[in-house]
Design a protein around this ligand. Structure first.
Ligand SMILES: [Fe+2]
Ligand SMILES: [Fe+2]
Length: 293
């Protein structure tokens, strides 16, 4: 059995390199014949309110042959925290708009003897009513999963990739992480899988492997220095599930993807302009990751 994780496809209604790369990666994923594909968010290039970008992503992803589950990223529904990018905080309306196209933003799938859980990281510490609904659902999981080995997916890393980064921008905020820990302590978690950082990395937290999946759209050079050892290349993650309940993740890529730095992607620059985002107002770490002087 195998699961493929794709993430941060950042599609645009204006076309461009992120769409072209996704078309190639979908051909590649279809050849792998996975039992399930999980998209861990940032289907949209930048603006969570751009319905045309969302529709474009849905149309492209419709070419996948395997069953698909999609989770929202910060560019799909906004994000919690004091300084959301472009001023786009997560709202109930944005969550509803995402669900209308991609379905539930939290779910469980059963593959062989495994369970696969997806939840919405952008609700964490948001204070929205949907956050408490999600906590109640998360708290019901240990009983529901009945001890199965489990993989848990969401957009932002569950654990901070490095100390001192702004909470909610790079990972789940500490108070929510404590609450989440008290739940997952009662689940046989074999792996956490996230996106958002546009890098491939495999780390261990509390003895559990934590996978940062690469984007298929564009790269952030320099994250290796900020976030620890990792690979800034485009690709996907294939999770092989073994009969003994183990999970082994593999970085996979095809060699003909165009790898562009985020700041050099025309459709991203266009989207920044359309949102009226002044680069100089962005958090210094975000500016550094985007390679904006
Ligand atoms: Fe992203
Ligand atoms: Fe993101």
């Amino acid at each position: 059995m195998k699961i493929v994780q794709i993430t941060d496809t950042h599609n645009s209604a204006h076309g461009g390199i992120s769409n072209e790369n996704l078309v190639k990666m979908i051909e590649f994923v279809n050849e792998l014949e996975p039992d399930l594909v999980v998209h861990t968010g940032d289907v949209s290039i930048l603006d969570p309110d751009n319905e045309a970008d969302r529709a474009t992503a849905a149309r492209l992803l419709g070419e996948l042959k395997a069953p698909l589950r999609v989770l929202p990223g910060n560019h799909d529904i906004g994000e919690p925290g004091e300084a959301p990018i472009g001023g786009a905080g997560v709202t109930s309306a944005r969550v509803a708009a995402f669900r209308a196209v991609f379905g539930d933003d939290r779910w469980v799938e059963y593959i062989g003897g495994f369970s696969v859980v997806g939840f919405n990281s952008e609700l964490m510490s948001s204070g929205l009513p949907e956050e408490e609904e999600q906590w109640a659902w998360l708290e019901s999981l240990p009983a529901q999963l009945e001890g199965r080995p489990t993989i848990i997916f969401c957009h932002k890393p569950v654990h901070a990739p490095a100390p001192g980064l702004p909470a909610s921008t790079y990972s789940i905020a500490p108070q929510s992480l404590d609450r989440l820990r008290s739940i997952v302590d009662n689940i046989d978690v074999q792996a956490f899988g996230s996106g958002h950082l546009h890098r491939w990395a495999l780390e261990f937290h509390d003895g559990v492997q934590s996978i940062s999946a690469p984007s298929t759209a564009f790269v952030y050079p320099g994250v290796e220095g900020q976030f620890g050892p990792s690979l800034s290349q485009l690709g996907i993650v294939e999770y092989q599930l073994t009969e003994d309940g183990g999970v082994t993740p593999f970085f996979r890529a095809r060699p003909d993807l165009a790898e562009h730095y985020a700041v050099n992607v025309d459709t991203l620059r266009l989207a920044l302009e359309e949102m009226g985002i002044d680069m100089s107002t962005l958090d210094i770490t975000v500016r550094d990751v985007l390679r904006i002087a």
